[in-house]
Design a protein around this ligand. Structure first.
Ligand code: ATP
Ligand code: MG
Ligand code: MG
Ligand code: MG
Length: 568
């Protein structure tokens, strides 16, 4: 590609509306442009990166035996009513009505659509297991879209759904997907950790999130210094029922009767003043800590604590005005079992609900945090005090001798064993060997493809711009001629080199603009091209080109004839 034929829309100034480095750099490099809150266009430069991430994801999903499909973005309400989620999903679901007054939604995820499709297409256990994926635009009406494509409303997701004749088969495919995700993020070139994560309504330890480690991440994860143990601080832990704390080593007791507690009781337990308007709460219970952060100009109108057989989701908006923080987990186990705290706050609190955060630390297991970056800061600081240096929990392989630390992560992938949650509600069955109709256990596996692009920048940048990992760089090589328009020798040499590199399969950007070298260098650094070759008359007289890796401090000279060999 020649810059003269390419929409290179770089901007010098840091855009005021962008808080995070990745958002700033994606705007400055001319990768994305905002159309509306949380809704972005991808310019040619950004799309090249997005497509490279997509390609890696597609190749690895295909390698794992998954089959690509493409499902509609707009989904009929009837399917969501069948699964029960039409009423449960809350305001993140963008609901639409067509001209015949029929209800639809713009898909935030596709469990219902795929389950409907597969219950019609697959009849026999012989066709199982089967795993279907798509790479497709989702819409979630995020309460506060932010950080550009990191938390957008419209975003590109790879979502996959597997169907099985047995739980054991689901377990196998889950392991394959776990390994596939690790390969994907390795190939993309990011530092990441798979972390044990909350399964919400499903329970058990059958969910992992994949986090790109970056200080700007919205999630807090506990990682071990020695072994591969890692848990999202979202996952664990129990708020013991009021007045009923387990003896050390004993499983947590849940309230015998679903109890309504007065605001005063709960406030006393949480050590908060219910009349206070801005709160950061950190509550230390037996064997753990529960933190609930409520920020904003609001009052707590009501707090309920009730027994729950299964917790729907750690942090979930049920109806307007209601914010749930679910907690409850036996010390030493993972997955919530016991309690639901419902904080019913006023309208403004709901509008500010992104600032409602939950964090749990169970003496040994750390689980779940799902919070806004800035709101979480005091909690993360407190978590560090509580957790840093603690011995790492036994991850099933014996004590490793390591200690825990809290790191920030960006959730780029999430894998789940769904079990029969959707297939039962929607009667997705097959005939088994004995000719009996059985409900298919399911798994689901998501990757935030567009979020990966932003996460890669959060992890890889310097003062001059982006430092793309080679695998997803929009161009691998920048060719910078000094005096392209003036020196025939320079132009001929560059054009020849360009042709040879393109022929060798590289993505090359030839900057043939009539700009000062300083301007060109700044642009190439900003857009993060990993390799830069400069050729000018002076070097040509000596038969050399100048090479600089994007992470190198200084350029170096090399014989012209060695350029292609060196880049291979
Ligand atoms: P988050 O905790 O960040 O809100 P999630 O847990 O709601 O994410 P999932 O339902 O697990 O998201 O969706 C699968 C993947 O889609 C996530 O791991 C994430 O990478 C991506 N994703 C989710 N919401 C967004 C968003 N608003 N913008 C960009 N990517 C997103
Ligand atoms: Mg979400
Ligand atoms: Mg999440
Ligand atoms: Mg998730």
């Amino acid at each position: 590609m020649r810059v003269s034929r390419f929409l290179l829309s770089t901007v010098r100034e840091t855009p005021a509306e962008a808080e995070t480095v990745s958002h700033q750099l994606m705007l400055r490099a001319g990768m994305i442009r905002k159309l509306a809150a949380g809704i972005y266009s991808w310019l040619p430069l950004g799309l090249r990166v997005l497509r490279k991430v997509e390609k890696i994801v597609r190749e690895e999903m295909n390698r794992a035996g998954a089959q690509e499909v493409l499902m509609p973005a707009v989904q009929p309400a009837e399917l969501w009513q069948e699964s029960g989620r039409w009423d449960q999903y809350g305001p993140e679901l963008l609901r639409l009505t067509d001209r015949h007054k029929r209800d639809f939604c713009f898909g935030p995820t596709h469990e219902e659509v795929i389950t409907d499709l597969i219950r019609r297409e697959i009849k026999s256990y012989r066709q199982l297991p089967a795993n279907f994926y798509q790479i497709q635009m989702k819409f979630r009406d995020e309460i506060r879209p932010r950080f550009g494509v990191m938390r957008a409303r419209e975003f590109l997701m790879k979502d996959a759904y597997s169907f099985h004749a047995s739980e054991a088969s689901l377990g196998e495919t889950y392991q394959v997907m776990h390994a596939t995700y690790s390969r994907i993020f390795q190939r993309v070139g990011l530092e990441f950790r798979p972390v044990a994560a909350d399964t919400g309504a499903i329970g058990g330890s059958h969910s992992h999130e994949f986090h790109v480690l970056a200080d700007s991440g919205e999630d807090a994860i506990a990682i071990c210094s020695k072994c591969e143990y890692a848990a999202n601080v979202e996952m664990a832990q129990a708020l013991p029922p009021l007045g009923k704390r387990p003896a050390p080593g004993q499983p947590m007791q849940t309230a015998d009767t679903p109890g309504q507690h007065t605001i005063e009781q709960v406030s006393r337990f949480l050590k908060i003043d219910p009349k206070q308007t801005v709160k950061t709460l950190l509550v230390k219970g037996t064997g753990g800590v529960i933190a609930l952060v409520l920020r904003g100009d609001h009052e707590l109108n009501e707090i309920k604590v009730a027994k729950l057989p299964q917790v729907a989701k750690p942090l979930m908006f049920v109806t307007p005005g209601e914010v749930e923080l679910a907690a409850g987990c036996e010390p030493g186990s993972i997955g919530p079992v016991g309690l639901k705290i419902t904080v019913i706050a006023d309208e403004s609190a709901v509008r500010l609900a992104d600032f409602v955060c939950g964090a749990n630390v169970n003496g040994k297991h750390l689980v779940n945090v799902n919070w806004g970056r800035d709101a979480a800061e005091p909690v993360v600081a407190d978590l560090r005090k509580v957790v840093e240096g603690d011995p790492c929990p036994d991850s099933g392989k014996g004590e490793c001798g390591g200690t825990l630390s809290i790191r920030r992560g960006i959730e780029v992938g999430h894998i789940f064993q769904l079990g029969t949650k959707y297939s039962e509600a929607m009667q997705a069955t097959v005939l088994d060997e004995a000719g009996q109709s059985v409900i298919m256990p399911m798994g689901c596996y998501g990757i935030g493809v567009s979020r990966v692009v932003a996460a890669a920048i959060e992890q890889n940048h310097d003062d001059n711009g982006i430092l793309w990992p080679d695998a997803i760089a929009p161009f691998q090589i920048a060719l910078v001629p000094i005096g392209y328009g003036k020196s025939e020798k320079v132009r001929e040499t560059m054009d020849k080199l360009y042709g040879e590199l393109v022929h060798a399969g590289f993505d090359v950007l030839l900057d043939d603009r009539d700009e000062r070298p300083g301007v060109i260098f700044a642009d190439m650094d900003l857009i993060g091209i990993p390799h830069r070759i400069v050729i000018g008359d002076k070097g040509l007289a000596k038969g050399v080109a100048e090479y600089k890796g994007r992470r190198d401090k200084q350029p170096r000279e090399l014989p012209l004839g060695d350029v292609i060999g060196m880049l291979h």
